[in-house]
Design a binder for this molecule. Sequence first.
Ligand code: CMP
Length: 138
Amino acid sequence: MAERTLAIIKPDAVRKHAIGDIIRLYEGIGLHPLAIRMMRLSKACAEGFYAVHRERPFFNDLTTYMSSGSVVVLVLEGTDAVKKNRDLMGATDPKKADPGTIRALYGASIEANAVHGSDSVENATIEIGYFFAESEFR
Ligand code: CMP
């Protein structure tokens, strides 16, 4: 079923000049960009995005890191987009990610793990709405 998901290319991957490689991986498995924005998140914006994690011990480090440099925020569309993107991303900890996944290829640590991807269709809708208006899509 055609779905949409939200992906973020995180500051470590942007600093490694891996934006193009990562977008090629998305397109290669039929995850087509509907909207793309490169931006620097403020700390408050990162805190709002990751609000579900606000009680976690890593919340402050995570949101400081996510606001440490530019990110690329993408809406991807394709068949089973949420699961396809999760499979392509690999495990949260790059050391545990399967070979060939984005986090195995470009992640450095559980924090600097190259990409974010929505974990469910419901959260994808919420996360897409955090960054984009429906009127921005073709
Ligand atoms: P992400 O998919 O963006 O969603 C939440 C992020 O928290 C996760 O990727 C990790 O980069 C980050 N994080 C940092 N420390 C931890 C941790 N100990 N456990 C899980 N996630 C962590």
